[in-house]
Design a protein around this ligand. Structure first.
Ligand SMILES: [Zn+2]
Length: 492
């Protein structure tokens, strides 16, 4: 009898307790959840805010790393962004589940998760649009307003609010010009604005005259605070890989989102607009769709996508999206995951969704460990930041970060890789990449004897031919990081 009683208690416990975590979390509950995970795993997590929404809600990020708050050279940075459309809520809940899962499994000694956390710096932002979410959540799942809560509190669709760099890259692809790190366009007029830029500029690397100005889009309207915060965020960390979680379909969508041919929805799947990294992006998308419970089957929500993946533009053309901006303005390769037919699934669906997505969310993070990575150093073993890493045959370069380390996602194969930096001779290496761990490929650049010659253009190195400081002082980097930490700390 006591045995039966304990079984009864056990069942009761699970009935009452276990499903409780599978529920929707309003803003206050979300914040509590993030701090709960942080308190459970204080040594491998950090909560920080990248800024505030229109209504003043924080855009919180939970970071997982064996050294939270620090970039460790050669350890790649990866991010997940959820709930950019406030009414597409599954990603938000999945990212909370993922946070709890990473913490628990790390504590349980799950070797796969321990390895992941120790070798990767993971940034999880469950909600990029907390204001929109509150509007959608006030209605709940049984909503007739399909778009209620999609936009931010100013009524702006955040996934149409980033600078359009596609126009420039399509021009450059034809006519020559930078193939990466495109600057913010001229029509993003900058105007001085003192009070609103305070939180802006502290942790921005000084690449472009962005930091001291307020951003305006072509219409003259101020760029939304959520967008602005994310732009600063992705400029201040050297992210390598990212996914942006949405709903309303079930498919892994990869860049470009904006069609080269300017077609609109209605002319469906006619204007595939691949990036120079198309094969890699297809693989990244497939990793997610095949590790997902049903995405890869292709038939979902009354639509069909072979392998559960699609080029964004071939589905429908989207301008000023976040995904393309990541690829064209930074080193980050981002895909967009559409995760549920219902944008606001019922609470009872959440457990099934988590089980369908869990393996995919982990495998996608693991994808940051492929291709090549390494240090770019000078003859005296000083770090060379902003060196350009070019792979012949792929017209999209990446750059080394502040610590001189670079990451270049590549599929298995043999590549000719060149590192260039102003004032140095280029160095070229032939590299064979296998399917497993990324290959370590270091460059040691020699000072060019021609460095005094002005306007010497490094091959394939785009517009960033600014003269680097002769030595990248570790102290300077340290100061910058300290500033970053101070500015990212959320309020108590
Ligand atoms: Zn969306």
């Amino acid at each position: 009898m006591p045995h039966l009683f304990s079984i009864f208690l056990h069942l009761l416990f699970f009935k009452l307790v276990a499903p409780v975590t599978f529920r929707h979390h309003r803003y206050d509950e979300l914040v509590r959840m993030l701090y709960k995970v942080h308190n459970e795993c204080p040594y491998i997590t950090r909560v920080y805010s990248i800024g505030r929404s229109v209504k003043g809600r924080h855009l919180y990020v939970l970071e997982f790393s064996d050294y939270p708050g620090t970039h460790e050279p050669l350890e790649p940075e990866v991010k997940y962004v959820g709930n950019m459309h406030g009414n597409e809520v599954l990603g938000r809940e999945l990212l909370l589940q993922l946070s709890e899962f990473l913490c628990e499994e790390f504590r349980n000694g799950n070797q796969r998760i321990v390895r992941l956390v120790e070798g990767t710096r993971i940034h999880i932002m469950p909600s990029m649009n907390p204001d929109g979410y509150e509007v959608a959540a006030a209605q709940g799942p049984d909503t007739f307003g399909y778009l209620v809560g999609r936009n931010n509190a100013n009524g702006v669709d955040l996934n149409r609010n980033f600078p359009d760099l596609n126009t420039y890259i399509y021009y450059n692809e034809k006519n020559g010009g930078p193939n990466h790190h495109l600057p913010l366009p001229d029509n993003w007029k900058s105007q001085s604005s003192e009070n609103r830029t305070l939180c802006l500029f502290v942790f921005i690397p000084s690449l472009e005259p962005f930091s001291e100005h307020m951003l305006f889009d072509v219409s003259g309207a101020a760029v939304e605070p959520e967008t602005k915060a994310v732009i600063q965020w992705i400029r201040s960390f050297n992210f390598v890989l990212s996914a942006n979680l949405h709903g309303g379909a079930v498919v892994a969508n990869y860049p470009y989102d904006k069609s080269f041919e300017h077609r609109v929805r209605g002319f469906r799947r006619t204007a595939n607009t691949p990036t120079p990294d198309d094969k890699l992006f297809q693989k990244l998308a497939k990793v997610y769709s095949y590790a997902h419970g049903w995405m890869h089957q292709g038939w979902n929500c009354g639509d069909y996508f072979p392998d559960g993946i699609t080029n964004g533009a071939s589905w429908y053309s989207l301008s000023k999206g976040m995904q393309d901006f990541n690829y064209l303005h930074t080193n980050c390769f981002e895909i967009t995951l559409e995760l549920s037919c219902d944008k606001f699934p019922r609470q009872e669906e959440l457990q099934r969704e988590w089980l369908g997505n869990r393996e995919a969310l982990i495998q996608f993070l693991e994808q940051v460990h492929q291709g090549i990575k390494g240090m770019v150093l000078d003859e005296n073993y000083n770090n060379v930041a902003n060196a350009v890493i070019s792979v012949s045959g792929i017209n999209h370069d990446v750059t080394s970060g502040d610590h001189g380390d670079y990451f270049r996602l590549l599929l298995p194969g043999t590549y000719t890789v060149t590192a260039t930096a102003p004032g140095f001779d280029p160095e070229t290496l032939i590299v064979t990449v296998g399917p497993g761990e990324p290959k370590l490929v270091n460059f040691q650049l020699k000072r060019s004897i021609l460095q005094a010659t002005p306007k010497r253009k490094a091959p394939n190195s785009g517009h960033r031919n600014k003269v680097l400081p002769k030595k990248v002082q570790p102290q300077a980097a340290g100061k910058k990081e300290l500033k970053m930490k101070q500015s990212q700390r959320g309020p108590a």
